[in-house]
Design a protein. Structure first.
Lengths: 311, 355
């Protein structure tokens, strides 16, 4: 929240007279203007000696506020952006790709929920190995579950017919395309994500190889410790994390995949962790379950923006 | 006596009624059609997540942007602009365009003769991603205005500059904005509550916490509606009470602290009131003129088709009509990943429709 006087060099209309006038109404920065009634302020300015200049100052502030929100778009512009940038990243797992209509969607936050040992990390690693053939990706590992050997195994399975040299080349390329960070608490994740955001903003002007996929395995391990109790801070952090991920996804054209675990609920069934406040944050939610006896993994959709789902 | 001289007759009561009904028509938007809505109304659509709330907003927007008539076909829309404030940041434009395209096709097919109808249906089957009528589609899409807000500051900034934006759009398109859609109003609730409300620099400085943000939002909307009459529709995600509990809704409501009691009231279904937990501050609740509750139900399926159909119940809380309506949303996807691939002869009659 920069104070108003910092704006004086750029906008000379915001001079000390204007600043004093605003200070007398309890406004010290541009953000304060957001929760004050600007028409009342203009009415007060009328009664002042230098009313014209003050009103010009208020108009200038309004145009600064106009830069503080996202740009307005119409339907055709949105559709063009979706067609050009927001395509699908195939995971390489047939069931998941079929269910999602092609793969994980760029620009959206996809959540994978499942009880422990249901194969969530395997899905992540398989997706990572598939996407990293063509794009860079960032893997945020919270539980030391990232395994390069497993990635190599997945690559080996899909390239069985290639020569040893070709296999090696692909392996090198995939491994260099995966950036793996270990984060053990939510603040470390915010750090990494903010740094990623500023890197991506710089890269936008410079071009070059860009990250397309972000996997957080698992986000529930980061959020669960701060949730609970009577404090609302935990939920505020969770909501902020969700919005930051969605912002990264949409503005920088990433696909984001987060992992969540399940907890017990009434009646002995299980439900996704992190509660109702988290429920409405991801775009799509997939439920993964494993049938021990037959070693079959099932994926079903809990929520999707364009499919009807049950419960 | 010259008393009548300063009373100049403008129009008779009948003329005024005619004018108002044409300029500010009553809208019957399914599934909200039990209560006619017009500009100046502020409708709140409450429901757990997911429960077709955004779908209702999208259908309202489509009704607004479709023209009344175009090249001889009656589309039944308003031909005005629709503004969508996406606070949830989960809006999917491809779904919106599919729905718009479907409504255009439906209207066009409905008013043509039998023979043409069959031809058009087979054309529609073969059409992949091309819209049915490109020119109309493009002109409608251009009347849909969209903005995303990632936090309360952006939302407030949008509202503060909305007056000028509305004027500008009116000049560009020549028509007014008729509906303002907000999805969803409680999106930043936890983030705003989490930011501290201690006052700095004495008591004259307000900070961006839940109460001040909501008061400003309400104030801005009220002022906007004075100058730009619009129909405002806002969704709100809520946790349902025991009366409607499904597996995981049985929860013990924590006792609210004294500070929270100023902001919200915890209403249970025991008193003849709303069956969900209200969390928006009282100032927002006083702005609302209409409220409807929607929720999913795994009730009986319609006509035996159980594929791609989702049933919802809706109940008007304000004005309180003691009736519960059922509506279904059917799925239409051209690139379906289910069994439709195999059955090429099957006519894709599955459609997004609200009855």
């Amino acid at each position: 929240m920069a104070p108003l006087k910092n704006l004086e060099t750029e906008y000379p209309i915001i001079d000390s007279n204007f600043q004093n006038f605003c200070a007398s109404h309890g406004i010290f920065s541009v953000e304060d203007f957001l929760i004050h009634d600007l028409y009342m302020l203009a009415a007060f300015a009328e009664q002042n000696v230098s009313s014209e200049r003050l009103k010009e100052g208020i108009t200038q502030i309004l145009s600064i506020i106009d830069d503080m929100h996202q740009p307005w778009l119409n339907g055709m512009e949105l559709l063009e952006d979706a067609k050009r940038n927001k395509h699908f990243l195939p995971t390489g797992i047939q069931g998941v790709d079929l269910l999602l209509g092609g793969g994980i969607r760029v620009g959206q936050l996809t959540e994978l929920v499942g009880p422990s040992a249901s194969g969530k990390t395997q899905v992540c690693l398989q997706t990572a190995s598939n996407v990293a053939r063509n794009y860079m990706m960032l893997y945020l590992d919270t539980g030391n579950s990232f395994s390069p050997q497993r990635i190599a195994y997945f690559l080996g399975k899909t390239n069985e017919l290639a020569s040893a040299q070709a296999k090696n080349q692909i392996l090198q390329k995939v491994m260099s395309n995966i950036l793996c960070h270990s984060v053990f608490d939510i603040f470390a994740m915010f750090d990494v994500l903010h740094q990623l955001e500023s890197n991506l903003r710089c890269q936008e002007r410079g071009g070059g190889c860009r990250i397309r996929l972000l996997i957080v395995d698992s986000i529930s391990l980061l959020i669960a410790p701060v949730l609970g109790g009577t404090s609302t801070r935990g939920r505020a952090l969770m909501a902020s994390a969700g919005y930051l991920l969605k912002k990264l996804a949409h503005q920088h054209n990433l696909a984001v995949l987060v992992i969540n675990h399940t907890v017990g609920s009434e009646g002995g069934t299980s439900k996704p962790a992190l509660g109702d406040s988290w429920k409405s944050i991801p775009h799509s939610r997939l439920l993964l379950s494993c049938d021990r006896g037959s070693n079959v993994y099932n994926v079903s959709i809990l929520k999707h923006p364009s499919m009807v789902c049950w419960g | 006596m010259g008393s009548k001289a300063w009373l100049v007759e403008d129009e008779s009561a009948r003329e005024m009624l005619d004018r108002v009904l044409t300029e500010r028509p009553f809208l019957l938007l399914p599934p909200l059609h039990r209560v006619p809505l017009r500009v100046g109304n502020i409708v709140e659509i409450v429901g757990p997540s997911p429960s077709a709330k955004t779908h209702i907003l999208i259908q309202a927007a489509i009704t607004c942007i479709l023209p009344r008539q175009w090249k001889g076909v009656n589309y039944g829309g308003l031909g005005h602009l629709a503004m969508f404030l996406d606070l949830d940041c989960r809006f999917d434009i491809s779904r919106f365009s599919d729905l718009l395209n479907h409504r255009i096709m439906e209207a066009a097919n409905g008013s043509s003769s039998e023979v043409d109808c069959q031809i058009k249906e087979s054309e529609a089957q073969n059409a992949t991603t091309k819209p049915y009528n490109e020119e109309l589609f493009a002109s409608c899409m251009r009347r849909f205005l969209y903005i995303r807000c990632y936090d309360s500051s952006e939302f407030l900034a949008t509202l503060k500059t909305l007056h000028y934006r509305l004027q500008k759009e009116r000049e560009t398109h020549g028509v007014n904005v008729h509906v303002l859609l907000i999805d969803s109003i409680g999106a930043f609730h936890w983030i705003d509550r989490g930011s501290s409300s201690f006052s700095l620099e004495g008591d004259t400085r307000k900070s961006l916490h839940l109460q001040s943000v909501t008061e400003t939002v309400v104030q801005e909307i009220r002022k906007l509606l004075l100058v730009h009459p619009m129909l405002v529709m806002a969704t709100k995600a809520a946790v349902l009470g025991n009366r409607y509990s499904m597996n995981d809704s049985k929860r013990n409501y924590r006792t609210w602290s004294a500070k929270d009691n100023l902001h919200s009231r915890n209403v249970t279904s025991s008193d003849q009131q709303v069956p969900y937990r209200e969390y928006m501050p009282a100032v927002w609740q006083s702005l609302i003129t209409h409220r409807i509750l929607v929720r999913t139900t795994d009730a009986d399926f319609v006509n035996g088709e159980h594929q791609n159909v989702s049933t919802y119940l809706s109940e008007w809380l304000l004005p309180p009509l003691n009736s519960v309506d059922k509506f279904i949303v059917r799925d239409v996807r051209k690139h379906s990943c289910f069994a439709v691939f195999k059955k090429k002869n099957q006519i894709s009659t599955l459609s997004f429709s609200c009855i």
